[in-house]
Design a protein around this ligand. Structure first.
Ligand SMILES: [Zn+2]
Length: 245
């Protein structure tokens, strides 16, 4: 346990360098602020993290998570189940479920639309995993993406849509904002005539706590370009989504 080991370190060793006394989260936050960028829960801050800092951030989150367990009056020293929980939770946040905040977006190669595809293309269902910004409870569901290409639209591989979605959803999110962020990203990468996204997800903050409703799902959508203007196209897209027609 990192924190307990650290408590025994002598003060002189701790104060060896002034930089060391500043938590890495503070250094990162200062860079973000200096650049006048936002660092909301669903923002990506990878540009402000220097090599090696993510490991230090993991240590910091781990220490603070240990403090949360202490405040919950859990005997992590003697309880064999929770001895490493702080570190596990820190790893889960930083390296897994919220990774989309801390790492650069996936490499996506765009190709010119050589075949001049101009038919509605639908990708999905793509399974998405996220967590709500309000409670940090899981949000798990599916998305469908409809793309109406034109001859200038860039083409990206089908699996890339899933990688882009994973990056956006790997942050504490609000479903309405998540689909807009994903739409902006796909729009930017592919420049289609139209883009439609439907997301259907279960919010575990409503199942595990709160109203304890196990079955409610939230569905929302974003429509861009021709999907906004053309009701028939919109209907066609929605009718082609299995179970959602
Ligand atoms: Zn919630």
């Amino acid at each position: 346990m990192l924190m307990k080991a650290r408590k025994t370190m002598n003060a002189a060793a701790h104060a060896s360098s002034k930089e060391e006394g500043v938590p890495v989260s503070v250094r990162i936050r200062e860079r973000v602020k200096a650049a006048r960028k936002r660092f909301h829960a669903n923002d990506n801050i990878a540009d402000f993290i220097e090599p090696g800092e993510l490991e230090k951030l993991l240590d910091e989150v781990s220490d603070k998570m240990e403090a949360v367990l202490d405040s919950l009056v859990i005997d992590t020293e003697n309880d064999h189940n929770t001895g490493d929980t702080a570190r596990r939770v820190a790893k889960m946040y930083v390296n897994e479920v919220f990774k989309g905040r801390y790492v650069q977006g996936p490499e996506v190669t765009e190709f010119p639309n050589a075949e001049h595809l101009n038919e509605l293309m639908i990708v999905g269902p793509i399974t998405v995993r996220s967590a709500c910004s309000h409670h940090f409870c899981p949000v798990i569901g599916k998305i469908w993406i409809g793309v109406m290409p034109n001859e200038h639209t860039n083409v990206i591989g089908l699996s890339k849509y899933a990688r882009l979605a994973e990056w956006i959803m790997g942050r504490p999110q609000i479903q309405e904002e998540a689909v807009i962020q994903l739409a902006d990203l796909i729009q930017h990468k592919t420049q289609p005539d139209g883009l439609a996204i439907v997301m259907e997800a279960s919010h575990y903050c409503m199942a595990w706590r709160g109203v304890k409703d196990m079955d409610s799902k939230m569905i929302n959508s974003v429509m861009r370009g021709v999907f906004l203007k053309d009701a028939n196209l919109r209907r066609e897209f929605l009718s082609l989504i299995p179970g959602r027609g």
